[in-house]
Write a protein that binds this ligand. Structure first.
Ligand code: AMP
Ligand code: GLY
Length: 427
């Protein structure tokens, strides 16, 4: 089977590598020069649905798999559907589960899916009035409705901070168009986990669990980022919780989407908080997580392409996917300045040593460019160093052993990725 993976980050590198490991032939577009070391890459404006379709036709691929949310929000899946070409990813209408927090909240309310109590506000006056009533309690969470690259969420400890957040989003345009509407949410307390399924309308199959580390600094300090590292599987999920998540969250959401005329096909990413009352939805994403894909996919012990192809064809799907039983840990190496103004252009040293000396490690590339045949830093999250081992402790040690061999000026990373897994697993 020949596949086109659309995207340019470490998640797409992991997707492409996993599909190839399962025996598929893969091209990635637009990819990046790091991905190009493993799979063929082609240039592409992935936000242009007609260009994506033209590339899939020109390359004669059997299936196109979309990595990031932006091409889905732009309607790439709708375009393929109209042309009768197979694609794995949701339509623009189904992608609203991620692209509009208000849509997701309303859908969950209609279908009884547990989530934080929330108020959707279309103007600053409504939001200020809601804050004055204070019915959601304090702290309160202020979220830009639209896509804001993981930066549109402010946890406000009190009314003054919440009003400032509303002003930033709705009056000062701090999140651009994404902040024209805000969602005010009750603040949930508990550990977070990511639950993934491959969905095809009402059919679905579980596709791994992970725990992300969203803050920049050790100990969950510093600003929110796209994700500084992750491990898989989550230490929080046992069979009973898995069953509950599928019964209370996955199934009603997929049924609801289908019943309302926007059946969801693609990776459904459920961002959950494990509260005292049980699992509650923090957010949905219409794609795999990044860096979660980098740690979930290497544990898959069967070919992925046939499952995605079946989903793209409307299902049905196997009852379960086989996973190896190992653990995986991924440490993100970020550019200096990330998540603010980036310090780019610096040479990345040590990659050859990792390749030669760290057999249990894969480096997945994101913000890299090529200069004189060598890789240099070109984006915020530069690469994810991923290791796999039977136990978290070994996987953590192997990942950091590789990290120590890699250097670029300004390099930032957390030194505590996976520590939460160790704390939870007692000998
Ligand atoms: P989101 O972009 O919706 O994933 O939010 C980013 C982060 O903000 C989440 O990973 C949570 O840590 C936090 N967060 C979002 N919503 C809530 C909430 N209702 N209660 C507590 N924390 C939240
Ligand atoms: N790791 C968070 C995300 O992919 O949105």
């Amino acid at each position: 089977m020949k596949l086109l993976v659309v995207g340019a980050g470490a998640r797409e590198h992991a997707l492409a590598a996993t599909l190839e490991r399962g025996g598929a032939s893969v091209v990635c577009a637009p990819g990046n020069p790091g991905i190009a070391r493993d799979v063929r890459v082609l240039s592409l404006d992935s936000g242009d649905p007609a260009a994506v379709l033209a590339l899939a036709v020109a390359e004669g691929v059997d299936l196109t798999v979309i990595g990031p949310e932006a091409p889905l929000a732009a309607g790439v899946a709708d375009h393929f559907m109209a042309a009768g070409r197979p694609l794995f990813g949701p339509t623009r209408a189904a992608a609203q589960l991620e692209t509009s927090k208000a849509f997701a909240k309303d859908l969950m309310a209609r279908h009884g899916v547990p989530t934080a109590r929330a108020l959707v506000c279309d103007c600053a006056a409504d939001a200020m009035a809601a804050l004055a009533r204070g019915t959601l309690g304090w702290p309160v969470v202020v979220k830009a409705d639209g896509l804001a690259a993981g930066k549109g969420v402010i946890i406000a400890p009190d009314r003054a901070a919440a009003e400032a957040a509303v002003r930033l989003a709705m009056i000062d345009g701090g999140f651009g168009a994404a902040g024209a509407r805000v969602v005010l949410e009750e603040c949930l307390v508990g550990p977070e986990l990511s639950y993934f399924v491959i969905a095809a309308g009402e059919h679905f199959v579980a596709c791994g669990t992970a725990q992300d580390h969203k803050r920049l600094l050790d100990g969950d300090e510093g600003p929110n980022t796209g994700g500084m590292g992750a491990f898989s599987p989550s230490v929080l999920v046992d069979d009973a919780l898995r069953e509950r998540i599928e019964r209370e969250i996955v199934r009603p959401v997929l049924r609801g989407m289908a019943a309302e005329g926007a059946p969801f096909t693609g990776f459904l990413y459920c961002g959950l908080m494990l509260t005292a009352e049980g699992p509650k939805v923090i957010e949905f994403n219409c794609r795999f997580g990044d860096p979660e894909a980098q740690v979930v996919l290497p544990l898959l012990a069967e070919p992925l392409a046939p499952v995605l192809a079946r989903a793209a064809g409307g299902g049905p799907l196997p009852a379960a996917l086989r996973f190896s039983g190992d653990t995986a840990v991924g440490v993100v190496l970020a550019a200096g300045g990330y998540p603010g103004a980036l310090d780019t252009g610096h040479a990345i040293d040590g990659l050859d040593r990792v390749r030669a000396e760290c057999p249990a490690v894969d480096v997945r590339f994101a913000g890299v460019a090529e200069r004189d045949g060598a890789l240099v830093v070109s984006g915020g999250r530069v690469l994810t160093v991923v290791s796999r081992a039977p136990h978290y402790a070994e996987a953590i040690a192997a990942a950091y052993d590789a990290v120590r061999r890699i250097r670029f000026r300004g390099m930032q990373y957390r030194t505590d990725i996976g520590a939460r897994a160790l704390a939870a697993v007692r000998p």
